[in-house]
Write a protein that binds this ligand. Structure first.
Ligand SMILES: [Fe+2]
Ligand SMILES: [Fe+2]
Length: 174
């Protein structure tokens, strides 16, 4: 059984982001069923792909002055730190089961991250490409949906130290 099936809800209407996310899901699924001797090489390739995946999104965020860049980047860094910690525990300490815990926990983390932070980035990128002010478009969209403005949309979820006010992904994976 596949760990995480690609579905419409993971499509974010951004060709490059969606292509990278499909690769992420395929690598995650392959890692989850990898035989023991292939786990570390596949995890290394997955980490390398994830570094490039996150760096691409962070470059887009810098280019468009994306308000919640700190939230989004902090979450990327937290997940990469966990992936590297797990690599060390499996490779150096022989804790093989923690590798399976990582893949199991990354599946819901990715669904949540893609439908939240990545979806908002895709929305901003598409607005800017169309010549629309994304902040105004988001306010209109939220008013139409009858919801309060998401503090992440304006970067207000951070205090002036840049600390994240939301739960870290580490707590989700532990
Ligand atoms: Fe992403
Ligand atoms: Fe992201």
């Amino acid at each position: 059984m596949t760990l995480l099936d690609w579905s419409e809800k993971l499509e974010l209407d951004h060709v490059r982001m969606d292509a990278t996310h499909r690769e992420f899901v395929a690598q995650l699924n392959a890692l989850h069923v990898a035989p023991e001797e292939e786990f570390i090489p596949l995890l290394d390739a997955f980490i390398e792909h994830t570094v490039a995946h996150f760096e691409q999104e962070q470059q887009w965020m810098r280019e468009i002055d994306f308000p919640p860049i700190h939230c989004h980047t902090s979450e990327h860094e937290g997940v990469l730190n966990i992936m590297r910690d797990v690599r060390r525990m499996v490779h150096d300490e022989g804790k093989r089961e923690i590798g399976r815990v990582l893949t199991r926990e990354l599946a819901p983390w990715f669904e949540n991250h893609a439908s939240g932070m990545d979806a908002m980035l895709s929305f901003y990128l598409r607005c800017i490409e169309s010549g629309v002010d994304p902040r105004q478009a988001m306010v209109v969209q939220q008013q139409a949906a009858g919801v309060d403005q998401n503090p992440c949309a304006t970067g207000a979820c951070h205090d002036n130290t840049g600390a994240v006010s939301t739960a870290s992904p580490e707590s989700e994976l532990r």
